[in-house]
Design a protein around this ligand. Structure first.
Ligand code: C5P
Length: 413
């Protein structure tokens, strides 16, 4: 995915700098080249030797090094890359970049570059939340700098909250995604996505629902649109906004969702992210059910159509790649494999939604990609890939990248 792309990685001084070793490995595995600028503070956390070994290139540290400036001056360094990634982007590096300060190789390069900059902040939660850092963040966004993270969670300093550096896989997904729009690798493809919950009425006032927020499905729709696809998003009732550049069909019930999916077909790729209610009430009344002294009203349930299975098992007009989701609270992968076989789809994205994970309705997701036999790089063997915890946008970008790779391999694009 990164063949021929050159990343200039500016490593700041934070404990999270160790994650850059893995990041370099991931970028190189995707075919990209990495050149490293290491700040003085950064060199307290990772050594030039490790970075040079992994990147296969010299590590640049000093603005006033006669040999470096002759071989590759800071201006040339800043221009020779296709993308500049700052990780960890410390409060200090962000402050310098936001204010145009240039007093070392890293900050001078950031001021001199004419290339896109992606920052991956990492710092103590109070430092991140400080008005000065927040002001710098806003200013950098205005200047066109892109950001991944920071993540929420336990920090090396023992505190808890936003400030953790995004995981290397999430940074890689953002890098891969950065290079997608120019190529628009999904141009000409129609991608159909379901998202959110469904509401199944009991009467005109009450309904059966679930906790799905639509964040993951909407993020996938956004990422697919950025990659150039024509996207139809069929959304149950959610509070997240409609993504830009996407045709959105709003529905309430499972049956309406199935109708909208049938209407939207044919599609090249279909991704069923919605948490469709399994059951609905038989003969939901037109009038509000009244409380009576006789006790609770009997509510008979009937099964809803399974949209994923219906589309996966189509004889005619089945999308070339059908992807389902499996939200489980136990033995996630086993259930996902069984679901893959039962529904007849090509991939299942499985995740653990037990309450402790905070995934349902939250901003993060940690998923396993389970591919059916006969697809992927090892036909006949069902492949399982476990992705690290990432925010839902990063999962969406990684999934879109995976789709592009598969379509590419199978000669669709
Ligand atoms: O069977 P289960 O609900 O766990 O399956 C989850 C997958 O099936 C998700 O991809 C979901 O969008 C899809 N599904 C569906 N229609 C249903 C139930 C689930 O499309 N009625």
């Amino acid at each position: 995915m990164l063949e021929g792309k050159r990343v200039l990685l500016v490593i700041g001084g934070g404990i999270a700098a160790y994650k850059c070793l893995e990041l370099i490995r991931l970028i190189k595995k995707q075919g990209g080249a990495v050149r490293v600028i290491l700040t003085k503070a950064g060199s307290e956390f990772v050594t030039p030797l490790s970075l040079a070994s992994l990147s296969g290139d010299k590590v640049y540290e000093d603005l006033f090094s006669l040999t470096d400036e002759t071989a590759m001056g800071h201006i040339e360094l800043s221009r020779s890359a296709d993308l500049v990634v700052v990780a960890p982007a410390t409060a200090d590096l962000m402050a310098k970049a936001a204010n145009g300060l240039a007093n070392d190789l890293a900050s001078t390069t950031l001021l001199a570059t004419d290339k896109a900059v992606l920052m991956v902040p990492a710092m103590n939660v109070r430092m991140w939340q400080h008005p000065a850092t927040q002001r710098n963040h806003r200013r950098l966004l205005e200047d066109g700098v892109c950001f991944v993270g920071p993540d929420d969670g336990a920090m090396a300093c023992g505190e808890f909250g936003p400030g953790r550096m995004a995981e290397p896989a999430a940074v890689l997904a953002a890098i891969v995604h950065h290079f997608l729009p120019a190529d628009r690798p999904l141009a000409g493809q129609h991608v159909l996505i379901t998202s959110g919950p469904t509401h199944e009425p009991l009467d005109p006032v009450r309904y059966i629902a679930n906790r799905s927020s639509g964040k993951q499905g909407h993020a996938i729709a956004r990422a697919a649109a950025v990659a150039g696809a024509r996207v139809t998003l069929i959304s149950g009732p959610v509070t997240v906004p409609d993504p830009q550049g996407v045709e959105v069909v709003h529905v309430e019930t499972a049956r309406q969702m199935l109708d909208a999916v049938e209407q939207a077909l044919p599609a090249d790729v279909a991704i069923f992210c919605a948490a469709v209610a399994d059951w609905r009430v038989v003969n939901a009344g037109q009038e509000k059910i009244k409380k009576t002294v006789d006790g609770v009203p009997p509510l008979a349930l009937v099964e809803n159509p399974d949209i994923l299975a219906t589309v996966s098992q189509k004889k005619n007009g089945r999308p070339g790649l059908v992807i389902g989701f499996a939200a489980e609270t136990e033995t996630v992968i086993e259930h996902a494999k069984a679901k893959l076989a039962r529904k007849g789809c090509d991939w299942i994205i499985a995740n653990d939604v037990s309450p402790a994970t905070g995934i349902m309705g939250g901003d993060f997701n940690s998923v396993h990609l389970v591919r059916a036999s006969g697809t992927g790089s090892s036909p006949g063997v069902s492949e399982i890939e476990s992705w690290p915890r990432m925010d839902k946008d990063a999962v969406a970008r990684a999934l879109v990248a995976e789709i592009v790779k598969t379509l590419d391999r199978e000669g669709w694009v």
